[in-house]
Design a protein around this ligand. Sequence first.
Ligand SMILES: NC(=O)c1ccc[n+]([C@@H]2O[C@H](COP(=O)([O-])OP(=O)(O)OC[C@H]3O[C@@H](n4cnc5c(N)ncnc54)[C@H](O)[C@@H]3O)[C@@H](O)[C@H]2O)c1
Length: 274
Amino acid sequence: MKLAGKVVAITGAGSGIGRALALEVARAGAHVAGLDLDRARVEETASLVRAAHARCIAVQGDVSKPETAQAFHAAVIAEYGVVHVVINDAGIIQPFVPFSQLTLPQMERVMGVNWWGVVHVTHAFLPSLKTRKEAQLVNVSSMGGLCPVPGQGVYGASKAAVKLFSESLALELEGTSVGVTTVFPGGVKTNILANAPDISAEEKQRQQGQSRDYGVSAEEAAATIVNAIVKRKERLTVGMDAAVVDKLTRLSPKRVGHVMSLLMQHAGISVKET
Ligand SMILES: NC(=O)c1ccc[n+]([C@@H]2O[C@H](COP(=O)([O-])OP(=O)(O)OC[C@H]3O[C@@H](n4cnc5c(N)ncnc54)[C@H](O)[C@@H]3O)[C@@H](O)[C@H]2O)c1
């Protein structure tokens, strides 16, 4: 799929991978629509995209609410008349604590953004995508949706839900004009920890020091994802860690969790129930 002249709608466009995706598709000649919970951040992304001589609208909203997805779709159609690519990127991580220390509202927030957000936006945009000769839906899952990670069980469950939803939808859409790409990033250097709504400032500072240099850049991740959209690939891992976990999960599903536990302990994060 050629992106020049196409309309690309991206959730979570105010930061990290979402912002890098907005800039990368703009460089390929696409028109952009960005949505984010944080108005200032998504407007800054739009300014950066316009500075790169592409069109961009910025919409503020919360993907966990179905009316946000409807309003985003309406704004995209009002501005461009059509939409060719939708990227479900908005996501949050959970506090790195054992399950019994999580509150129900914290868990609901993670599922609300990571799972229901993908469902709401897909539900709002799919009818419009189907009217195009060629369209692509991109769902950002995670390496954490492929294997268990202690201290990120609810996050992992939300991303595993996205994986199966996305893969099932790909099968349902076979033979139509809409392709589906499911993305499994490993570590990407973004502000995902700083942006997490329920992690204390103290905990963020402690972990930031430990994980600052881990992962590929948001720009590298975006370039890989855009290449997958152009090639209309169904499945994509981003980074060596995600590729290894993807293989290991198939070879030894029991061991991979313990390997993840050891890696977390190595990074100074040990999450155990007592
Ligand atoms: N960074 C990583 O290591 C990593 C690894 C695997 C998967 N991912 C996934 O990649 C995606 C992007 O993450 P990132 O690392 O760029 O994080 P980020 O925090 O830099 O960007 C995420 C953006 O989503 C927005 N957002 C959060 N809640 C929202 C809501 N309710 N409605 C609308 N927007 C909302 C945030 O404001 C933020 O701008 C997420 O789905 C994340 O789970 C990231």
